[in-house]
Every structure is written in C-alpha cells, then in structure tokens.
Design a protein around this ligand. Structure first.
Ligand SMILES: Nc1nc2c(c(=O)[nH]1)N[C@H]1C(S)=C(S)[C@@H](COP(=O)(O)OP(=O)(O)OC[C@H]3O[C@@H](n4cnc5c(=O)[nH]c(N)nc54)[C@H](O)[C@@H]3O)O[C@H]1N2
Ligand SMILES: Nc1nc2c(c(=O)[nH]1)N[C@H]1C(S)=C(S)[C@@H](COP(=O)(O)OP(=O)(O)OC[C@H]3O[C@@H](n4cnc5c(=O)[nH]c(N)nc54)[C@H](O)[C@@H]3O)O[C@H]1N2
Ligand code: SF4
Ligand SMILES: [Mo]
Length: 905
C-alpha cells in the first residue's frame, strides 16, 4: 500500500488529495492535510474520485477512420495528414482547440508545436468560454493577467461579495472555508449577487436577486455612490491609478442615483444601498466573481466595473482585499500561463508585447525555420469554428474538451465539424458526443495516470502525480503531441523524456530576458525560481504561488502590495464602463430568459462524475427550474416533462418549480449530453454571440419558450449492463439514462400510446417476460425478466413518483444467482417494501429527501439533529443549505419532538 499526494482534477480550487494505492488500484482518497488550498477538506466530487476510475468505458486504442491501429500508424497518419493539409492550404489552415483540463506540460508543448513550429496562430482553448473576460479585464486594469488575491484573503476579509458565482456548489471547499471564517469572525459579512437564490445564499447576510445582465449598472452605481459619500481613497487613486475621472463620468451617465440603479437591476433600493454602504465602508473587501459575470457579451466591461470599485477604494493588494476572479477548471490558469489562448503567444506574452515575437522565436530556436512564428493573434473559439464552417480551416486537433456540447449554437458546431476534412480528437472516454466527428481518435491517459502540474485560482502551482498505468494503449497527452512533432521533423525541439523537462523549459521561458534591461514592464508571470529542479525536485515539488523568482524563492502570496502594477507606467487603469444589456433578445416567440450553469455533483459533460453512481442521485435527470407563475402560464407542472425551444434548438427535461427563480427566467444545467439523454444540451439554446474584447460567449443569457411535453406514458426501466446490446426505446420522445452499480436506469416517456405493452417489451428487451402486476384501467404495469437465475431487467409503467426504493432492486441485479426468497418476492411484485427515498440530498451518506422530510416532521428540526440521526451533512457539508431549506419548508408540519424518537431509528 502506498500513499501519493496529488491534486484534484476538477475545479479551480485545486485541492490537495492523498490517494491510497493498493495492488495497482487506487482504493481511497482523502484531503491532503498539508495542502494550502484545502487543508484536508474535499467536496463530494473530490471524495468520490476513486469511484470514477477503472478501465471500463475508457478509450484504449488509437483509431484512424474508425479502425483500431498501432501508435506508429496513428502518429504517422496524423503527421502525414497535417502535412498534406498544410502544403495544400497553408499553415493557417490547421488549428488546435485545447482545454483548461490539460496539464501545464501538455499545454506548453501543444502551444509550442502549433504556434512555434507549425506556424499557425489558430490555437485556442475552452478557457475562452470560461475565463476570457476575466483575463481581458485584469489585463486592461493591471497590465497583466494576474489574480492579486489568495484564499486566505477570503478568510481575512470583513466583506466577501459573490457576483455571478454559486460558490457553494462550484467551489465548495472555498465556500466551506468562508463559512468557518464567518463563524470565527461574527462581524464578517457575505453578499450574494445572482438572479437565482442559490445554495450560496445559505450564510449570506444580504442577497441581491438582480435582473440578469445588470451587473455593470450595479457596480457603476457603487462607484458613483462612493464618490457621492466621500468613500474614495483619493490618495490611492492619485498615486497608483489613472482613468478615474473618465470612469466616474461614465458611471454617472448610466447610474446616477440609487433609485436608477435599483430600477435597472430590479432590486429593492434599500437593500442595494445597504450593499453600497457595506462595500464603501470596509477596506477589507473581496469581490469574487465567476461565470455570471464572464459569460456575457459585455463580460470584460463587467469585470472592469468591479475592479474600478476596488481601485477607487484602495481595496487591492492588501490582506483580505481585492477583485478575485475564481477559475473554473483545474488548470485554467496554467493554460493562460503557457499562452494557450489564441491572442497570446507564450509565457504571458502577447503578439503585441514589444519584442515578444523575437524573444520567443529565439528561445524556441524557430527563427531559422520556415514557417516562423505567426505575427498576429489567431481565431478565438467561436471564430475558429466559424472559420471551419467557411472551409478556411481544414484540420483541427481537439484535446480534452467537447465543443459540440460546450460551445454556443451547438448544432452549428456539429455541422462545421461534419465538413472539416481532418478532425483529430485526444480523449479518455470511449463515448462522447464529439468522437463520432473524429477521423483520428487518440486515447489519452487521465487523472491518476498522468504526471505534471496545474495552477489553481490563487496562482498556486501543484503537482498532479501519476500512480496507475493507463489502460490499454492510452498515452499521456504531452507524449502524443511530442511524438507527432517528431514525426513532423521537429525532433530536437520536442525531445523530452519526462514532463519535468517540459516544466523546466516553461520556467526558463518565463524568466527569459525578463529583467529590468530587457523587459519594461517586467512580465509578472515569472517562475524562473523553479528552473533546474531536476526530476527529483519536480517530483517533490510542494504547492507554490507564482511569481517564484530569485527575489521571491518561496513564491508570492499576494500581488500589487506596493501599488505598482504591470502596466507601462506602473499605474492601474480604471475604465469608463457603459453598461450593455444581453444581446440575445427576448421576443414574443421566445419570451423567457435562459440561464445555464452547474449542479453540485456533476462535472461538465459527465464523462467522469457519471461513473460514480452516488453522484447521479442528487439530480438524476436533466431538469429546468421554472418560476411558479411561468409554469402556470405555460401549463407545465412540477416533475412533469417540458420542452424549451430557442431559435436554433430544443431542450427536453423534467420541470422543477422553484421559488428561487425570478419570474420570466428559467435555469438549466449544462451537463447532459446525447450520451445521457434525448435532447438536453443547454448550448443548443444559446446563440453564438460573444464579448467583442474577450471573445467569450454570452452563455448565461439565452431566449426561450416553454411548453409542456404532452406524453401518453412514463416508465422506468432498469437493465443489467450485460443485457444492453441495443437501446430501441431511445426513439421515445423523452429518455434519460442514469448509471447505477452494474445496471442502467432509464426514465422513458412518449407521446405515442403503447397499445400492447407485452408485445412492446418483447420487441425491446431480451429474455422471458414476467408480469409482476398490471392494472389495465390506469395503465400501470410492472414486469421483469429473470434468466439463468439472474435478474436481467425490471420495468415499471407509471410516474417516477410511484417508484419503490431502488436500492433493493439494485442489489438483486448484483446477485449472481437470485435466492429463492428474493425471486419469489420479486415475481410477486414485491420489493423490500421501502418507498423511494427521493432525490439524494446528502451524496456523501446517500440520504434521500423523503427520509429527511420524514425526520423533520418527526421533530428533528435542526441540522445537528438531522446529522445525529441520519448522518446527512456531516461530511463535506455541501448539502447543508438544502437541509436548511427543507427544515424551513417542513417546520410547520413538524411535531414537537418526543424523546426518544424511535419511529425512524
Ligand atoms: N459541481 C461543479 N463545480 C464546478 C464545475 C462543474 O461542472 N460542476 N465547473 C467548474 C468550472 S469550469 C467553472 S467555470 C466554474 C463556474 O462556477 P460558477 O460561475 O459559480 O457557475 P455557474 O453555475 O455557471 O454560474 C454561476 C451563477 O451565475 C449566475 N448568473 C447568471 N446570470 C447572471 C447575471 O447576469 N449576473 C449575475 N451576477 N449572476 C448571474 C447563475 O444564476 C449562477 O448561479 O465551476 C467550476 N466548478
Ligand atoms: N451554455 C453553457 N455552456 C457552457 C458553459 C455554461 O455555463 N453554459 N460553461 C463553459 C465553461 S466555463 C466550460 S469550462 C466548458 C466546459 O466544457 P468542456 O470542456 O467541453 O467539457 P468537459 O466535459 O470538461 O470536456 C473535457 C473532455 O476531455 C476529456 N478528458 C478529461 N481528462 C482528459 C485528459 O487528461 N486528456 C484528454 N485528452 N482528455 C481528457 C473528458 O473525458 C471530456 O470529454 O463549458 C462551457 N460551456
Ligand atoms: S472543491 Fe474543487 S478541487 Fe476541491 S475537491 Fe471539490 S472539486 Fe476538487
Ligand atoms: Mo469553466
């Protein structure tokens, strides 16, 4: 048994993980007590990491034109085809689309190959959909893409403002850290600014449920208010900034009075002014912002509207103060550091950085090569796919992202890929919606197998360490890229034996000619202090925050402490912001505002988190959160099925009527793909409108219509993994697949009635059919098939609310031979008598909503009482907000507690 320290591959918090490996299996994970991001904590996704591993469902062979081939054949085919596209159509006809989930070393060699050696600027990343506006905002204000703050600042602040961030679900460990800090410091306040009431409101002192897209009005209003109430730091403004007067004048134009701002944001003026007062009267304020700000057609301006207020109040470069863009992906930062965005060159240098092209060419020794480095930026993600659609780009290599799901106007992306003559995909999972478009599929190693570094939201570089062998022929991304580069003739430049050598080169480039003589201003991203670690030093590297230089060998906790910025004159810039509304317009045909985002237990397209059945239980099906009035107007009901329609796409899901929604707005999750459901890709509803500065899509502001999906029947089918050969029921108007242990659960519904269910079952399913119960009048039916003593499938026609507890049935599927008692009980139509415990609220301990409401009704009306009885909320704590709202809802029905309460024990 060995224990290995590594880093969680999900969100940008970058938690340290201690993994236990026994006999070639990673059997347990726990939080690394020493890692400064989490000090031992993990959220529910992190703590289920070991449950997502295993060789099943992984890509294990390189594939060319649908045929498995050897690596030699795959690599030479990639090289040949890339070369022939280049010689026929020029260097700029090839492109790469990368991901914030690659390791820094993978990213570095991909950027070096495409920009440096293939001479194409068209290399962009999914960080465009995620962090591009935050990057552009920081660069405009500070002269560099540099997050000034760190996680301790969140604990030291007197006021933390969450803007467009559902931290409790999406960066749970940071939320828990704030929660603890708030318990220690009762004066600390938390404000949440979000059109939805989210779980992040649990510990909020103030919630502003603003109209979507109105953030720039709000922060312009705050700037004006600070000026009117003499809450500016005039000394700081004078000494360390420029542009204040223009910024204030622009703010006054759009946000003259509290009443104007309150009207624009559609919030109560008193609450708004309370926020203004709190922000203005505290020095130690952290504003933490995320996709509710970034994913907008004016996202960059919104970031700068926030940064303006921090600069004007001198609330930056201090402990507990600063504008903090929280990153989404585990290595969003590392990608930005190597230059993975199409407008960047390398090591935080842009094409227009004076001398950068020459410097990078000399460093990479490409100056004598044809082609040389491109001279100007390439296409940003949405433009890149438009260029593919036009036929201008003819070869695309996608690594570690799924553009047919995550890019807006997803149908158009599919059509573009269909047309693209050469699509290469590096991927870990055997089934994704992208793979059918690939001419060449390259199997990549994944977390626990690959070795390298990632940078988290607070600039902290940590090691991800490889512990397991990749399955089959899967190889590390850096290796695949370097082997292709060598086949293309660039042997010397890509001759690395281990990722530490790549890291070393990246560190050298960051410090190359980065001194007072060569670079004014100096490049802030400098990790030259990590040059020369060697293999042993790299393997032992402890988490460290950049810059790491001779002057700061132990890293740098906080930036801009002296008020010296990375701009030419050292001053930070305030920007004049003219607020803009979302560009996707509402209309009579599409009257509802569509908001899209994340759920607590799933990661993006679910290729990893859906492998752990317990993570499927919190939200098992695709859903839409709808305000009760909108539901009523559209004639849809809670738990009923409905369709959202946009100009270019459709979304079918189960309705959740939610008071947390503003009227006129619908929220849908981003996670479901065609691998999991009939039609619930959120990006199909979003138009490809982007921020003109950052190129980030307006993914939070679609326009849709809502209507019921009128179905004749609904059914639940459980089927053993071994029994699924084809899935003919996928022609139904609605289906969704929910992985369980050893079986799949399908929720089905259709608009066509089924005349004869028995005939239908024989057509759909293998094995003999046993009817367990049938009620012709109501159309209810339960049937199952037992073959060779094993339960093969189980079906219930009826509403999902009538489901029995599925745990008993799940265990029966996993019995190699059904015992006689179980077989008899099953065929008598019985289960263990337990009712379905409802959606799982506490994923750590798998406690369902019904169990919890029963306990509350029986008198357990506190988190502590529920925890003592059911264990819910006692591990990662992410479900506590939901427990609290259940207590609120059920409290009126609770009866005075009789002690001891034996009924539910
Ligand atoms: N569980 C889980 N965690 C994740 C991920 C995941 O897939 N699952 N993904 C990771 C990634 S890559 C990212 S980028 C982060 C994203 O983390 P977040 O940004 O927190 O995630 P989202 O849910 O996309 O959106 C945040 C909030 O923005 C709000 N919002 C929408 N429109 C507006 C608006 O106009 N103004 C304001 N102020 N708010 C608005 C939404 O209602 C939503 O609650 O999460 C990371 N963490
Ligand atoms: N409507 C809407 N759209 C959005 C968003 C939104 O809020 N609303 N959010 C946007 C944001 S912030 C983001 S970050 C994107 C995320 O969207 P994507 O990046 O498209 O989603 P993922 O599922 O993370 O895709 C990663 C893929 O890489 C594979 N993979 C995992 N590890 C590795 C590896 O080491 N190597 C290789 N080669 N492959 C690997 C996974 O199996 C998976 O298929 O979605 C964006 N799109
Ligand atoms: S908070 Fe983020 S990094 Fe930490 S365990 Fe959860 S998903 Fe992983
Ligand atoms: Mo993201």
């Amino acid at each position: 048994m060995t224990q290995v320290k590594t880093t969680c591959p999900y969100c940008g918090v970058g938690c340290g993980v201690t993994a236990t490996v026994k006999a070639g299996t990673l059997c347990a994970v726990e939080g690394d007590l020493e890692h400064p991001a989490n000090y031992g904590r993990l959220c529910v996704k992190g703590s289920a990491l070991h449950e997502t591993l295993g060789h099943h469902g992984r890509l294990t062979h390189p594939r060319v034109d649908g045929v498995n081939v050897t690596w030699d054949a795959a690599l030479s085919t990639v090289a040949q085809r890339l070369n022939s596209v280049r010689s026929a159509h020029g260097n700029h006809s090839v492109a790469a689309y990368l991901s914030g989930q690659l390791l820094t070393e993978d990213y570095y060699v991909a950027n070096k190959l495409f920009k440096g050696f293939l001479g194409t600027p068209h290399l962009d990343t999914n960080s465009r959909l995620c962090m591009a506006s935050a990057v552009a905002g920081y660069k405009r204000a500070f002269g560099a893409d540099a997050v000034p703050c760190n996680y301790e600042d969140l604990e030291e602040a007197e006021l933390v403002v969450l803007v467009g961030s559902n931290l409790a679900w999406n960066h749970p460990v940071l939320y828990q850290r704030i929660k603890v800090a708030k318990e220690r410091n009762p004066l600390m306040r938390l404000v949440v600014i979000d059109p939805r009431v989210t779980d992040s409101c649990e510990i909020a002192d103030l919630y502003l449920g603003i109209k979507p897209g109105s953030d720039a009005y709000l922060f312009n209003g705050l700037l004006v208010w600070m000026a009117q109430h003499r809450r500016l730091d005039t000394v700081y403004i004078e000494r360390h900034t420029e542009g204040f007067d223009d910024a204030l004048a622009a703010a006054q134009q759009s946000a003259g009075s509290v009443a104007d701002v309150a009207a624009a944001c559609d919030v109560d003026p008193e609450r708004l002014e309370t926020f203004f007062y709190w922000f203005a009267s505290q020095l130690h304020v952290v504003t933490l912002y995320s996709q509710g700000v970034n994913q907008s057609s004016s996202g960059t301006d919104k970031c700068n509207a926030i940064i303006n207020c921090h600069l004007a109040g001198g609330k930056v470069g201090l402990p507990g103060a600063g504008p903090f863009s929280i990153t989404g992906q585990p290595n969003a930062m590392g990608g930005r550091e190597v230059g993975g965005l199409a407008n960047q060159l390398a090591a935080h240098m842009d094409y227009h950085t004076p001398g950068a092209i020459d410097l990078v060419s000399r460093f990479w020794a490409t100056e004598n090569l044809t082609p040389t480095l491109p001279e100007s930026p390439g296409y940003k993600a949405v433009e890149l796919f438009e260029a593919i659609e036009r036929g201008e780009i003819k070869a695309l290599w996608v690594m570690a992202t799924n553009p047919v799901i995550s890019l807006p106007d997803a149908a158009r992306v599919r059509a573009a890929l269909e047309k693209c003559p050469l699509v290469i995909v590096s991927e870990c999972a055997a089934h994704t919606d992208l793979l059918p478009y690939a001419d060449i599929v390259l199997p990549a190693s994944g977390w626990s197998e690959k070795d390298g570094t990632v940078t988290n939201s607070e600039r902290r570089i940590s090691r991800q360490r490889g512990m397991l062998a990749p399955p089959g022929e899967a190889r590390h991304d850096w290796w695949i890229i370097c082997e292709v580069a060598k086949q293309l003739g660039f042997v010397e430049a890509f001759n690395y034996a281990h990722p530490w050598e790549i890291f070393d080169e990246h560190a050298r480039l960051s410090g190359f000619e980065n001194d007072a003589i060569h670079a004014t201003p100096k490049r802030l991203f400098d990790i030259s202090g990590l040059v020369g670690l060697g293999r042993a030093g790299y393997d032992a590297l402890a988490p460290i925050q950049w810059p790491v230089t001779k002057a700061a060998p132990n890293g740098t906790a906080r930036l801009f402490e002296e008020g010296e910025f990375a701009t030419a004159n050292g001053r930070a810039k305030l920007l004049a912001i003219v607020p803009q509304w979302p560009e996707q317009a509402l209309s009579a045909a599409y009257p509802l505002r569509l908001n899209t985002g994340r759920i607590r237990d799933q990661w993006h397209t679910m290729t990893r988190t859906a492998r752990a059945p317990r993570l499927m239980n919190h939200r098992a099906e695709p859903f839409m959160d709808v305000h009760p009035d909108d539901a009523h107007a559209a004639g849809v009901t809670d738990q009923g099925l409905a369709v959202l329609t946009a100009a270019k796409g459709e979304f079918r899901a189960r309705v959740r009527i939610a008071n947390a929604q503003r009227r006129g707005e619908v929220f849908v999750p981003i996670h479901w793909t065609d691998c999991f459901t009939q039609q619930a890709r959120s990006s199909a509803l979003i138009d490809s409108i982007t921020d003109p500065l950052s190129g980030q899509p307006e993914s939070k502001h679609g326009a849709v219509a809502l209507a019921p999906l009128r179905v004749e029947w609904q059914a639940t089918l459980l089927i053993a993994d071994t029994a699924v050969e084809s899935t003919p029921w996928c022609t139904s108007a609605y289906w969704t697949r929910i992985p369980m242990h050893g079986l799949q659960r399908w929720q089905l519904a259709d608009i066509q009635p089924v005349g004869d269910w028995l005939a239908q079952l024989s057509a759909w399913l293998p094995g003999p059919v046993s009817v367990l119960s049938q009620d012709a009048a109501s159309g209810r039916l339960r049937a199952a098939s037992v073959e060779n003593g094993q339960l093969r499938w189980w079906l219930m026609v009826g509403l999902p609310s009538e489901l029995p507890g599925l745990a008993w049935l799940e265990s029966r599927f996993n019995e190699t031979t059904l015992s006689d008692t179980h077989r008899r009980r099953l065929l008598a139509g019985c289960d263990d008598g337990a009712v379905d415990t409802g959606p799982v609220v506490c994923s750590c301990h798998q406690v369902g909503q019904t169990t919890i409401t029963n306990a509350i009704r029986a008198g357990d009306i506190s988190i502590e009482a529920l925890g003592a009885r059911l264990a819910c909320g006692t591990q990662c704590g992410s479900c506590i907000p939901e427990l609290k709202s259940l207590i609120e809802e059920e409290r009126p029905h609770a009866r005075a507690k009789q002690t001891p309460n034996t009924e539910l024990a």
